[in-house]
Design a protein around this ligand. Sequence first.
Ligand SMILES: [Zn+2]
Length: 164
Amino acid sequence: MSTVLDQLVANAAAHEADFEGPRAVIPSRHVAIVTCMDSRIDTFRIFGLDSGEAHILRNGGGLVTEDVLRSLVLSQRVLQTRAVLLMHHTNCGLHGTDENALREQIARDAGEPPPYAFGAFPDIDEAVRGAIRRVREHKYLPHRDEVRGFVYDVETGHLREVDA
Ligand SMILES: [Zn+2]
């Protein structure tokens, strides 16, 4: 019986047959997008993007973590992006999750809580504003003028901007 990974590897063979040729490493739209790992967010389709056009940074919650900031600094300083789009979404697994309860549950299983925060948030607009602030305040980023934050509605496909 084939596993999900076997199926994906088989799909990659079909991808190679359709491959449209190499693209430049510099994203041609000079933009970086930070969003959640949520499987309902099809970043390329939502924003009408194609391979080679944008950096897409994803993690649980679409949080601006240290590692996302590190990636954005590389994105801007080495790979010439200049704008940052931050997108949270409705019905996120981190929205309203009890961070302490999660940590306690993991500590019971593993003997101790993990050394990182999960970043659960009670208010989605506040979470987006916090993400915008973290990017705008990160002095190692040369381009902080064009930073905007949004909430994507996974029920309707609607994108709503959050005022910073
Ligand atoms: Zn999410």
